[in-house]
Design a protein around this ligand. Structure first.
Ligand code: ADP
Ligand code: MG
Length: 628
């Protein structure tokens, strides 16, 4: 390409000095070297019966040659090749930016086998293998810690850069960077199923999906190109015919001029910049999001995110810490605290609910032996039940306890005690009688106020809290986080109804939840956002947007990214259309030359690609990553 460019420049110089013969030879040389690629693509397009830029370029070059404009022909095809090359390189690196995440996980692992430690390619690891992760190394597979203690940087997976402490029983993700401790971990997922591999796969799928704007633009382009081609034919034919009738002569120059203008128009007619303006922006936005630990499932979700007017939070695990803690364990009817805790823990052993996990953790910490009950059944929004030591045990909210007619004055006295201390009570019963009340602290998350504020700054009008918990604890969270409204005592179905009501009142609604007891509401909202998705598979698969970490500040980031993306797309469409319209006018007036038209076309394409990368913040990332 550099050689062809030099040949054209040299040819121009020689022609200026009067050596026309040599100049023509050099132009011919430049064309011979640059035309094969576009010509091959043009043939393929013609076979598929589409009129694309390659076809138009070949026509333009042929036309210019026929009209004797050799310099023009050579410049046109050279400019085109250069811009094609630049464009494909940029887009390829934008796509590759997501693949890079995969290379975060090492390709080999140290495995303990038969008393020694051997190095094995990760692809050969099997479930249950014990892998040794030394200080400072990257974790090669998704696994569970069996021994050792260390703080891990999980940024490649969750986007959060603060190290997270891991001890026996905690999950670790492939690609995380180990801190100062040494860990023995047991493989829980094969390398190809690791969380990071699935993230990359999902982002690539999302990138392949069409955003609504893209579909719109492409529909427009399908009509616009033939229209301009028709206009070009008219310009080539009509004015000379009229001119020749008027002058009653066939002045050859007339035909040449108008044919040239028509060629210019043909080049201008290609909607390249318009067609790529949207996908390039969406692809890079999805990549930037994924690298920050926010998984967005395609351009459509991104555009809806940009339109969000109202955000509804499910309480537990979103606006609150996610780490519920047991504060009190009180027995009624002579039951001991230990009794209450061990029954509750056995019941909850199979529960996914944060309350259940808090109770089980507390029982283990207290040194109780937790044997899971049988026939566990979660009662969404109410509580749970299971068979514990041959007795039917239940746990749940006050409303649930009332509905089972288990409440007594003694129970209410315990409840008042717990609420006075600022905790939320859950009620435990066995064999049709109350057993005790456990108090739980579901602390407002540090920073929730600033998150709510940033959401407002990003243009969200209304922020609400939906919870199955009591009004009292909901109010505490409202005061601490500054949300506009709370709706308490909700069953999963009530959350759906409320989301629908918010949609009627405010338009586009995003619902943020952890997927437990709020999945129907997440599905109803325009944008379902799952928190802490690195943990749960269901949330990762079903949500429109998944925040891989527990870091709530990723939420306003996602909304801002959505808005920036839509804004960038608009600017891109305006650039592409504006330049085209200007050139159509210039071409019709005969003020544009062929090489100017090509420069405008390729320039516009490069401009929208660069703007797409810039608008979403990928450009600066690509630049810094190449510098490193
Ligand atoms: P949230 O809307 O805050 O996520 P849920 O809808 O999950 O709350 O649950 C509503 C209420 O039901 C809880 O506050 C609790 O009182 C009770 N509950 C639900 N599941 C459980 C469980 N597994 N153990 C104890 N209580 C539960
Ligand atoms: Mg919940």
């Amino acid at each position: 390409m550099a050689g062809a460019g030099a040949a054209i420049a040299l040819g121009g110089g020689l022609s200026w000095l009067g050596y026309e013969g040599w100049a023509f030879a050099l132009y011919a040389l430049a064309i011979t070297f640059t035309i094969p690629g576009p010509a091959r693509n043009a043939r393929r397009s013609v076979q598929r019966r589409v009129l694309d830029i390659h076809v138009l370029m070949v026509i333009a070059v042929a036309g210019a040659l026929i009209l004797g404009e050799w310099l023009e022909a050579a410049t046109v095809i050279w400019l085109f090749s250069v811009s094609e090359w630049l464009e494909s390189r940029t887009i390829a690196s934008a796509r590759r930016a997501i693949r890079d995440l995969m290379t975060m996980a090492p390709s080999e692992a140290l495995v303990r086998r038969a008393g020694t430690v051997i190095t094995v390619p990760v692809a050969q690891l099997v479930l249950g293998d014990i892998v040794l992760v030394r200080p400072g190394e990257k974790v090669p597979v998704d696994a569970i810690v069996v021994s050792g203690e260390s703080a891990l940087n999980q940024a490649p997976v969750t986007g959060e850069s603060l190290p997270i402490k891991k001890v026996a029983g905690d999950n670790v993700f492939a690609g995380s960077i180990n801190g100062n401790g040494s860990l023995d971990v047991r493989v829980t997922r094969l390398a190809q199923d690791s969380t990071i591999a699935r993230i990359v796969h999902m982002v690539e799928q999302a990138q392949a999906q069409r955003a609504p704007t893209q579909t719109l633009v492409e529909t427009f382009a399908r009509r616009y190109t033939p229209a301009v081609v028709a206009l070009a034919v008219l310009i080539a034919v009509v004015p000379p015919v009229i001119g020749s009738v008027e002058a009653l002569s066939l002045a050859g120059g007339e035909w040449g001029t108008w044919a040239y203008r028509a060629l210019v128009l043909l080049v201008v007619s290609c909607p390249c910049a318009l067609v790529i303006s949207t996908p390039v922006t969406v692809v890079s936005a999805l990549t930037v999001a994924a690298r920050a630990g926010v998984l967005i499932k395609g351009g459509a979700s991104l555009e809806r995110l940009a339109a969000v007017r109202c955000v509804a939070f499910d309480k537990t695990g979103t606006l609150t810490d996610g780490r519920v803690a047991v504060t009190d364990v009180l027995g009624v009817n002579c039951a001991s605290a230990e009794d209450v805790l061990s029954v509750a823990a056995a019941l909850e052993a199979r529960s996914e609910h944060p309350i259940g996990r808090a109770i089980v953790d507390r029982a283990r910490d207290a040194g109780l032996d937790v044997t899971a009950g049988e026939r566990f059944r979660a009662l969404p929004g109410l509580g749970a039940e299971a068979l514990v030591a041959a007795s039917m045990a239940v746990i749940g909210s006050h409303r649930f306890f009332e509905s089972r007619q288990l409440c007594t004055d003694a129970v209410h006295a315990r409840m008042a005690e717990i609420e006075a201390g600022g905790s939320t009570p859950v009620f435990i019963g066995r064999d049709g009688a109350a057993l005790g009340v456990i108090g739980l602290a579901d602390q407002p998350r540090a920073g929730s106020t600033s998150v709510v504020q940033s959401l407002r700054d990003a243009g969200v009008e209304h922020v609400v809290l939906l919870t199955g918990d009591t009004r009292r604890s909901a109010e505490t969270i409202r005061k601490a986080s500054g949300v506009d409204e709370v709706y308490a005592d909700l069953m999963p179905a009530d959350k759906v109804t409320l989301v629908q009501m918010l949609q009627r009142e405010h338009g586009t609604v995003a619902m943020v939840g952890d997927g437990i007891n709020d999945a129907p509401a997440l599905a109803t909202a325009d944008v379902g956002i799952a928190m802490g998705a690195a943990g749960t598979d269901v949330a990762l698969e079903t949500a429109d947007v998944a925040l891989m970490s527990d870091d709530l500040s990723k939420l306003p980031f996602a909304v801002r990214l959505g808005r920036a993306t839509v804004q960038t797309i608009r600017v891109n469409v305006a650039i592409a259309l504006g330049l085209k319209l200007a050139f159509v006018a210039l071409a019709a007036l005969g003020l544009a030359t062929l090489w100017m038209a090509v420069l405008a076309d390729t320039g516009a394409s490069l401009l929208v690609v660069a703007n797409g990368l810039r608008g979403t913040g990928l450009l600066s990332r690509l630049v810094t990553s190449t510098r490193q």
